[in-house]
Design a binder for this molecule. Structure first.
Ligand code: SAM
Length: 225
């Protein structure tokens, strides 16, 4: 039985004291319902998933739904600062800045995420890890926590995207798979993903929006995009 990271990180449930009635029922996301996320969980039957970049929880909740439907004993660890990305602060899309839900100048997005998880009843599956992806990777490596599936959807700039691919690839189990968002859409992500795959001599399967790389025999995963 894989020990839940939740038991190591927290002495009381992180959901304790959060009342979803205080936060909007708003599950907006981007590419969060993509079938590759479902296909990967069905194929890998993971014991642990890490999502890097969770925003309001749409992709995490969709994955949790699949985990539950398959009856898997699987924890989904969600790493995010919940402080938003440059594009949210720069108002690059409709309602993105407002979604940060600033209070005293500080985002309350974490509570939107937590409330959404509670509202959909997935507190037993989803564990929040409110840290930078970089710091969380250090904690996870130190604790020797590994993942069967990593979904990377945080920064869109080249340097932090590449750093996430490297750090979370190293946290995958021997047959682990990594899925990345925003491939071909954000140039920094695309460059980082292509370089990463080339340097590690990995087959990368991609289409606008998602890419997949897998450790399984170093071969291309049989996941249909
Ligand atoms: C595109 S959103 C994630 C969307 C989510 N996966 C979905 O489909 O609903 C990107 C998220 O990454 C987070 N983020 C950006 N850079 C980060 C970093 N260096 N460490 C942790 N989180 C980061 C932001 O706070 C934001 O919530």
């Amino acid at each position: 039985m894989t020990q839940a990271l939740r038991e190591i990180l927290y002495t009381v449930s992180p959901y304790e004291g959060i009342d979803p009635a205080d936060y909007p029922d708003d599950l907006q996301g981007w590419g969060s319902d993509h079938p590759v996320l479902v296909a990967a969980i069905e194929k890998l039957r993971p014991k642990r998933i890490v999502e890097v970049g969770s925003w309001k929880g749409r992709s995490a909740i969709n994955m949790a739904r699949v985990v539950r439907a398959l009856g898997l004993a699987c924890e989904i660890v969600c790493v995010d600062t919940w402080l938003g990305s440059p594009e949210h602060w720069l108002r690059a899309g409709p309602g993105w800045y407002e979604s940060l839900a600033l209070k005293g100048g500080y985002p309350q997005l974490y509570y939107t995420f937590m409330s959404n998880v509670i509202r959909h009843g997935f507190q037993d599956i989803v564990t929040p890890m409110p840290m930078t992806s970089e710091s969380a990777a250090v904690v996870l490596a130190h604790l020797k926590i590994s993942f069967d599936l990593a979904y990377i959807d945080a920064a869109h700039e080249y340097a932090p995207a590449k750093r996430d691919f490297v750090a979370y690839w190293d946290l995958l189990t021997d047959n682990g798979t990594m899925i990345g968002d925003d491939y071909i859409i954000w140039p920094g992500v695309t460059q980082a993903a292509n370089e990463f795959a080339l340097e590690r001599r990995l087959n990368i399967v991609g289409e606008p929006g998602k890419f997949v790389v897998s450790k399984a025999g170093g071969a291309m995963p049989s996941i249909k995009l």
